[in-house]
Design a protein around this ligand. Structure first.
Ligand SMILES: [Zn+2]
Length: 468
């Protein structure tokens, strides 16, 4: 049985999707006014773990992640640089996809953009006006939270402080007070707007997720994720809008991941403890998979304290998995099979599945893997690992890695082993300024279908598309 902690009930609940075998998942995506920081990336890695584990357990997962490309921040940024909203957000959207790729985060099925779904949002707002739940003031349209009886059920906000007469235009407002929020914002000098049947203007942030989740996943879907920061007001408001519009529950399981702090402090640009993936990889030569390991290794409902010491430990742990596989693949073992080793694989698998089934308890799953490494090493020392065991253990670790996603694909690893001496020889030739030899090696590899790229972070290689 799989169970998840549902923010809505405040309890762990057995997980059962609406349609057996299929999971509909919506995760709040980036607001593309800047590069993603490691706190954002923590949420994306948690969501990736969730999705990969569900897939590992045989579910088909339909995953949608929105891209907020119009809001107060993107408009401010575009205006500051005197460029259009599109021009301003484009490089950040590209950077976002690159980050996901670098961290081995498997892509969603859809990445709908807010600016491309204005019609869907207008349709909902119009209906909310007709129902008398939304009202107009100064050419903006607000949601009257007093008219939605379930308001506060997700965030458990204290409704004694409900000030329904007070309206708020900003999407991110005081965490303690419930207020009527903007669905549609009247045009302002120098801001982009859309001419629509509810009047000219632009959408609020919350309506975007209601419109795009229902478009791709239907009015009710299984899991909605985000950071704890999203619970109020964003997700509370999403529930209010969607449930008023559709007249039924919108999400069955709400999963939220906790904050990331740096050296025990809140991350902020002014403190100099604010990191993007670029900062870490390019300026500090951090290995992306070490970062993935670190982001993954703290349970999603706990605060993650990022330190460079923890990052070093994560890299060492990651290296340990790779060394273990290398040893199993390159050591000569006697032929045959040993029951001790086979039993160990079964036990490890059970603990791994049990751990992650319990609200994604990653510590149990990782401990199971590292115990396997420790115990197998003892078996190797005692001469109790045979060739079949070694082979089975390697494929078993790769099967777990369908969830962890920390290892390069096996084919790439084999190729990397073969290439390493050649690449080193070329590096040496370049150091000795023997560019002729360096060039020869480059050409040799190119003929074999391998292209070398010299980057700031060293030599990278990739396989050319097969010709013919
Ligand atoms: Zn959202």
């Amino acid at each position: 049985m799989i169970q998840f902690f549902n923010t809505l009930s405040g309890e762990k609940e057995p997980f059962a999707p609406l349609v057996p075998g299929e999971v509909k998942l919506y995760t709040c995506g980036p607001t593309v006014y800047d590069f993603s920081h490691i706190g954002n990336l923590r949420a994306y890695v948690f969501e990736d773990l969730l999705k990969r584990f569900l897939q590992f357990r045989g579910f088909r997962v339909a995953h949608v992640m929105n891209i907020t490309d119009v809001d107060d921040k993107t408009i401010r940024g575009a205006n500051a640089q005197s460029v259009s909203l599109n021009e301003y957000t484009k490089p950040y959207i590209e950077a976002f996809f690159k980050d996901l790729n670098v961290l081995n985060i498997s892509p969603a099925d859809h990445y709908p953009r807010a600016t491309e779904h204005i019609a869907e949002m207008v349709r909902i707002i119009k209906a909310l006006l007709e129902k008398g739940i939304a009202y107009r003031t100064d050419a903006s349209i607000y949601f009257s939270i007093a008219k939605f009886p379930g308001y506060g059920k997700l965030s458990k906000i204290n409704l004694d402080q409900l000030r329904s007469t007070k309206r708020v235009e900003s999407d991110e407002y005081e965490k303690e007070s419930a207020q009527d929020f903007a669905l549609w914002k009247a045009p302002k000098e120098g801001e982009p707007y859309w001419d629509t049947e509810i009047g000219p203007g632009r959408p609020g942030w919350h309506i975007e997720c209601s419109a795009m989740s229902s478009k791709f996943l239907g009015p009710t879907f299984d899991i909605h994720c985000g950071g704890v920061d999203n619970i109020f007001p964003h997700h509370e408001n999403e529930i209010a809008q969607s449930e008023t519009y559709f007249g039924k529950p919108v999400v069955n399981y709400w999963l939220h991941c906790h904050h990331l702090i740096v050296n025990g402090e809140k991350m902020s640009k002014s403190k100099g403890n604010y990191f993007t993936l670029r900062d870490l990889v390019q300026k500090r030569q951090v290995k992306p998979m070490a970062l993935r390991f670190l982001l993954l290794s703290t349970h999603y409902r706990k605060v993650l304290n990022f330190t460079f010491e923890a990052l070093e430990q994560a890299e060492a742990a990651w290296q340990r998995i790779k060394d273990f596989l290398y040893e199993l693949e390159h050591h000569a073992f006697p032929s045959g099979k040993n029951s001790d080793s086979q039993k160990l694989l079964e036990e490890t698998n059970d603990r791994f599945v049990e751990g992650l089934s319990d609200d994604l308890n990653i510590s149990v799953a990782l401990t199971a893997l590292f115990e396997l490494i420790k115990k197998t090493n003892v078996l190797i020392k005692d001469g109790k690992i045979c060739a079949d065991d070694a082979k089975d253990t390697v494929s078993f670790v790769y099967s777990l890695d369908r969830v962890f996603a920390l290892l390069p694909s096996k084919k790439d690893m084999d190729l990397a082993d073969e290439l390493r001496p050649k690449i080193q020889e070329r590096e040496q030739a370049r150091k000795e300024r023997n560019f002729k030899r360096a060039d020869e090696i480059r050409k040799e590899l190119l003929e074999a279908g391998i292209i070398l790229e010299d980057t700031k972070d060293g030599v990278r290689w990739k396989i050319l598309e097969k010709r013919g």
